[in-house]
Design a protein around this ligand. Structure first.
Ligand code: GAL
Length: 766
């Protein structure tokens, strides 16, 4: 039985000795809690590296004899006192701490005091050297009291395979009888003690497409554990990854768990929203770089069928200090124990990201894995190709893509990986940082570089898949990024708003995607050119029209991106069927159109010699001047200062129209405000929902370079976590709405005031 202790903590900066007495004064806060609310950029990361005091009074009305106090995550280490008595010193970081407080609780008026130290400690990974992410501070995950009877289940390990075989191992305390009950969608499937095979006709395999989960109740006398089970085989072979016997290319993104303002203290609801967003991003796997993440994120991945690779805390560095190494091994053990029952987990990341070989440390971590979970493979992430590989899978961060001619190196060139399954665990990132408000050309290239890697890996029979760097822009130390404390490496920005690359990913695994990585406006490009527009879609073709007149059809670009499920569609002919110059012969017309399209992409000063000859010949043959030819360009291709043009793209799939977008000058504007949910629940924890804001034009296109001020107000039992006045950022932003306690269902309002309009979203808090 869990009693959550998330509400009503007293908090103070520094180590406040008075917290141990009744005289304690502080601010009342909620857990998850970040001691310092930082702006999204330009701050001093030292500001959160401090000491903090927390105090919570609570009753423990149940009389169960076994009681544990569980901290799911507190950055970084703490001393804890219960009713004045010291409970000890604990290192949490990214892992839970479970403290046995049996016999120490009073029925009423217990006082828990936590002195937390969030300073970077060189003896605890990931610290010791500078790290490309911020760890932030606070008791940033939930706290609860776990009450158990005298005989109870200390730990359990469930495995279920694609043959329907399920095996349950338990570690128990005290004498009682063990039994397990398996149900599927409320229907009882089996009752057993340790293991059983589910008959074929009742077996529903777990996969990303069908994440079928069974409910398992493990009873030990009075004690009960409820958990989810997925029957599946996740097998890694030298030639790739197999799910339930079917070879499956992995396509993924790396996730940092930090959020604007919250730091790492994003509540459960935002963790779940992230998993849901990633699931609809067209990917089938996520890597929790570079530390174990919130259980609610993993639970959501289980439910959604989003496969997961985890990772021990670290970043490039291994210390020689015995204490650091002890902590590293301890973290690996604790991560396995925390995560081994998740069906979504397909490999343990048991090497510090991009660290050097270290036989002694990594052998001991492998030995720990063998003891705690001999069944699931381990993976080690490197940024070099020759290495001692103690793990089961050789993972490599391939940053060899430096333009659009090359995506990824061949798996056969990874010398240290011989005989092992191979996976690209990062690509792009720092090679092409892209802000959501960068130029259209850059945002388009950012997406295409991801496409290039996906295609190269897609065509490499030796590599199981590719996980891009990364899902979301993230806060980082001053040594990285462009001095604003953000690594703009995400396919989404820090608010989880999509850059063009996000549509590229979505088009690979989601239906109904149609987005063009172009503004179709020459003024938006260098030299007022109009380079090809890349369209990210799962459709079979798109038809381009200019001011309603058909230009032609365009198909997935299988030449540049041969090995993608849905290669981008390259729109590189701005004239096509509209070319109506009777003076040209059919052959000359075709050549002239090609030359003019080339000029649109590269400029007249860079056209080929053959284009020049063609134009010269046309001038002689049809008595034209160069100005005539240039004017033909102006007539057909929207150019600097030319009249408004509306380009439309209609997508077709299986012969049916599936979507249409129109691009052209933005003439009128509105704010689009969206919340994933409006029914909010304030129970053992506060609820929180991300509300996205975007400035759109009359065609529904994002006004990318808008930075309008937005003012926020609330009415009723909600508040906005973050500033109440801010600017749009790449035409978009988001606010995070948090609930306050209510006695009965109560209406609340979020009011967002833009320059010219006001938008209101109504919520109900229960
Ligand atoms: C990698 C590293 C990531 C991130 C990335 C940026 O080397 O593993 O954490 O720093 O570079 O591209």
């Amino acid at each position: 039985m869990r009693t959550y202790l998330n509400h009503g903590w007293l908090f103070a900066k520094g180590k406040d000795e008075s917290f141990l007495s009744k005289k304690a004064v502080g601010e009342t806060v909620e857990i998850p809690h970040c001691p310092v609310m930082l702006p999204i950029q330009y701050f001093d990361e030292k500001s959160y590296q401090g000491l903090w005091s927390y105090r919570r009074e609570f009753d423990a009305p149940n009389d169960l004899p076994t009681q544990f106090l569980v901290f799911e995550g507190a950055m970084l280490q703490f001393n804890c006192y219960l009713n004045g008595e010291p409970l000890g010193h604990f290192v949490s970081g990214f892992l839970p701490v479970r403290i046995d407080v049996s016999g120490k609780l009073k029925e009423k008026g217990n006082v828990l005091v936590v002195y937390l130290d969030s300073r970077e400690d060189p003896l605890i990974p990931p610290f010791g050297k500078v790290v490309d992410y911020l760890t932030f501070a606070g008791i940033y995950r939930e706290v609860y009291l776990d009450s158990r009877p005298k005989a109870y289940i200390e730990d359990y390990f469930v495995r279920a395979d694609s043959n329907g075989h399920i095996k349950v191992d338990v570690k128990t305390k005290g004498e009682a009888t063990l039994s397990c009950k398996l149900t599927y969608e409320g229907e009882q499937i089996a009752s057993f003690v340790k293991e059983i095979t589910v008959p074929n006709n009742r077996l529903h395999l777990y996969s990303p497409e069908f994440p079928c989960l069974y409910d398992l109740v493990i009873s030990y006398g009075e004690d009960k554990i409820e958990t989810k089970v997925g029957f599946r085989d996740a097998t890694w072979k030298e030639d790739g990854f197999y799910l339930n016997g079917t070879k499956t290319k992995l396509l993924g993104l790396n996730r940092h768990q930090s959020f604007p303002y919250f730091g790492m203290a994003a509540p459960r609801s935002l963790q779940i929203e992230d998993a849901e967003l990633l699931k609809t991003s067209g990917i089938n796997v996520v890597r929790t770089s570079h530390y174990p993440q919130d259980e609610s994120f993993l639970d959501a991945c289980d439910r959604l069928g989003l496969l997961l690779i985890d990772e021990i805390p670290g970043w490039q560095f291994i210390s020689k200090e015995p204490k650091w190494r002890e902590n590293c091994l301890d973290f690996a053990r604790r991560m396995i124990l925390k995560e081994r029952n998740h069906p979504c987990l397909i490999a343990y990341g048991l090497r510090i990201d991009e660290s050097a070989d270290d036989h002694e440390l990594y052998s001991s971590i492998q030995a720990a894995k063998k003891e705690l979970d001999p069944y699931r493979p381990s993976l080690g992430v490197r940024n070099f190709k020759e290495s001692e590989c103690l793990e089961d899978i050789y993972a490599y961060n391939d940053f060899s893509c430096s333009d659009l001619t090359h995506g990824a190196d061949k798996g056969t060139s990874w010398k240290g990986a011989e005989g092992k399954p191979k996976l690209v665990t990062e690509h792009n990132g720092h090679m092409f940082p892209t802000k959501s408000f960068d130029s259209t050309a850059r945002r388009s290239e950012h997406a295409l570089r991801h496409a290039k890697v996906i295609s190269d890996v897609g065509g490499d029979p030796d590599i199981a898949g590719a996980i891009g760097w990364c899902a979301f822009d993230y806060n980082t130390h001053r040594e990285f990024g462009c001095n604003d404390h953000i690594c703009h490496h995400g396919v989404y920005d820090i608010f989880r708003n999509p850059k063009e690359a996000a549509y590229l990913y979505a088009s690979q695994g989601k239906e109904g995607v149609l987005q063009a990585a172009s503004s179709f406006l020459s003024g938006d490009y260098d030299e007022a050119l109009l380079p090809p527009a890349y369209v990210f879609t799962d459709a079979d073709r798109v038809e381009l029209r200019k001011n309603g007149v058909r230009i032609g059809d365009f198909y997935p670009d299988k030449e540049d991106f041969p090995n993608m499920v849905h290669p981008p569609i390259k729109v590189d002919d701005w004239i096509g069927e509209t070319f109506d110059e009777p003076r040209y012969s059919e052959k000359d017309a075709k050549k002239m159109v090609a030359a003019l399209n080339y000029a649109a992409q590269f400029g007249f000063s860079r056209i080929h010699f053959s284009h020049k000859v063609l134009m010269l010949k046309a001038m002689l043959k049809y008595h034209l001047t160069f100005t005539d030819i240039y004017n033909t360009y102006g007539k057909y291709i929207s150019s600097w200062g030319s009249e408004n043009t509306v380009w439309s793209l209609t997508a077709y799939k299986g012969g049916k129209e599936v979507g249409r977008i129109e691009k052209g000058p933005s003439l009128s504007f509105h704010l689009e405000v969206k919340a994933a949910r409006t029914a909010l629940i304030h129970d053992d924890r506060y609820d929180c929902v991300r509300v996205s804001i975007a400035k759109l034009d009359q065609n529904g296109n994002l006004c990318r370079f808008a930075s309008d001020p937005i003012e926020v107000k609330t009415e009723g039992p909600i508040e906005v976590y973050g500033p109440s006045l801010f600017s749009l950022y790449g035409g978009q932003s988001a606010v995070f709405v948090r609930t306050k306690a209510v006695k009965k269902p109560t209406k609340a309002k979020l009011i967002l005031k833009g320059q010219d309009e006001e938008k209101t979203i109504e919520f109900e808090v229960k």
